[in-house]
Design a protein. Sequence first.
Lengths: 110, 117
Amino acid sequence: KQEVTQIPAALSVPEGENLVLNCSFTDSAIYNLQWFRQDPGKGLTSLLLIQSSQREQTSGRLNASLDKSSGRSTLYIAASQPGDSATYLCAVNSNYQLIWGAGTKLIIKP
Amino acid sequence: DAGITQSPRHKVTETGTPVTLRCHQTENHRYMYWYRQDPGHGLRLIHYSYGVKDTDKGEVSDGYSVSRSKTEDFLLTLESATSSQTSVYFCAISESRFGETGNQPQHFGDGTRLSIL
């Protein structure tokens, strides 16, 4: 059974720092991996989607990598800003399901 | 933003009462989903639909039923609400099943916060 883990559960860093969020999964047989952002009281917004054949995807200051063999993905945020404060969730598309991590709550201090 | 509207946004009700949540989309996407989100659990799929009158169970379907009579509307019903169903419920849509083809992720509504006393 696919399991998705995100560590740490919470992270607080000063503005301007580069940071990495982690997502690990137990079964390497995946279609894709997706990163989402969730703001308080809001739904989820898709950030990046990496197909199983890809190694990374970039959008602005965000870069997501995928290493299927080790069951890991990272979301790299460059030059963090207070507006990046949110909960970040990863989801693995596997065996006709989308399996979700519990998220990392990120706080960027001005 | 994708055109997804969930109603109501907040609801408080009592144990044993029926509750229906509505999801309305204006994107004409084939797939619609209901998730619940609880602290420490991430999102868990309740039911999803792959067309009008076509639905399937998700990971946590017990105690829930769904209906889809029109492409744009997907209803979630708690026949007899229990306190364990207190949660935040999210509706999502996508063009392909779970976004597995192309670069078409799911799009989410803003959620319904349901409290069952």
